[in-house]
Design a protein around this ligand. Structure first.
Ligand code: ASP
Length: 323
């Protein structure tokens, strides 16, 4: 389907479109009786407000694409979350730069990297997907594109993150910590009642990263990949390790070859262990969902968990781990 037709078919008009009223749909059971797929939302880490938002939308019949966008937007706007969206920790020069991508069931994808002045990087990424012939826009070009499409220009550095940055400047020590705030990217996968899968991934990247550094999160195949015939995968943690393994793509391809989502996540983390002699020093975690709604999750270090919203219930589930 051509991009324009796809937009029409899904009824998506612009940034923030597709937001459904926040009430639960009591007809969810009816959908099942009619043979529709049971919707599922899963997301990295424990961001319950995000998975509840997306899960409720899915119960109300929203498309997976609308649900992932609106779901991760909750964390982008959460000022207490110092690793996603506004309030995210800056780089070493004090710039807050956001990376995000989104993927639709028809295989279309959009991404932005080094976005400086817009909270909702995922919505800018969706605009790139829907309104341009490209997949990714970077830096000033991404900001210019966002401005041209009416996204509010904002200073993403909050007083709290400015204060933490000032503290950091005292020692300027760069040491990504395992399972602490600087690995809190939100990656989300949704399966809607039609059985379609969409995904999104959004982050401010590693805290106090080098100016210009881009991680795995906005890279299709690394931080996110899906194939609507097979399933999808998202990653979080040390982006450099995820990029080198093209982790999310690998997981989907392993599922295509018949591996379960769990097996596929485990094989991928094992490969990262082999590739990186220093694997004990960082965290990586993957989350996968297949077309049957089966979930897999695996990480290097204990302490990572994911959220699942299914049948009107939101659950935080500790992941299995390598070490
Ligand atoms: N994967 C992200 C990055 O490398 C960081 C994270 O997940 O916390 O930018």
């Amino acid at each position: 389907m051509k991009r324009r037709n796809f937009i029409k078919a899904t009824g998506i008009a612009g940034a923030g479109a597709g937001l459904l009223p926040g009430t639960l749909n009591l007809n969810a059971a009816t959908f099942r009786k009619e043979g529709k797929t049971t919707p599922i939302c899963i997301a990295t880490w424990n961001f319950p407000n995000a998975s509840i938002r997306a899960g409720e939308m899915l119960e109300q019949g929203a498309t997976a694409l609308d649900a992932v966008e609106q779901g991760v937007m909750v964390e982008e706007a959460n000022l207490k979350n110092t690793t996603v969206g506004k309030g995210g920790a800056p780089d070493r020069e004090g710039n807050v730069t956001l990376d995000a991508c989104i993927m639709a069931p028809n295989g279309d994808a959009g991404a932005v990297v080094y976005l400086k002045n817009n909270t909702h990087a995922v919505s800018v990424a969706r605009k790139v997907m829907e309104e341009t012939p490209h997949v990714m826009l970077a830096g000033e070009g991404a900001d210019q594109f966002a401005r041209q499409h009416g996204f509010e220009q904002e200073n993403l550095l909050t007083p709290e993150s400015a204060k933490a940055y000032k503290e950091w400047l005292k020692n300027k020590e760069y040491k990504p910590l395992i399972n602490i705030e600087n690995h809190d990217t939100i990656g989300m996968l949704c399966l809607d009642e039609k059985g379609d899968i969409a995904g999104a991934c959004t982050t401010s990247g590693l805290s106090y990263k080098m100016n210009g550094r881009v991680g795995d999160s906005p890279i299709i195949g690394a931080g996110l990949f899906l194939d609507n015939e097979i399933g999808g995968a998202v990653g979080t943690g040390m982006g450099e390790a995820i990029m080198k393994s093209v982790g999310s793509f690998l997981i989907v391809e392993l599922m295509r070859q018949g591996k379960s989502p769990q097996e596929a996540c485990e094989i991928t983390v094992n490969r990262i262990v082999k590739q990186n002699p220093n694997y004990k020093d960082f965290q990586v975690a993957f989350l996968a969902l297949d077309k049957n709604g089966e979930i897999g999750s695996y990480c290097l270090h204990k302490g990572y968990s994911y959220v699942k919203y299914k049948d009107n219930k939101n659950t935080n589930i500790p992941s299995q781990y390598y070490l």
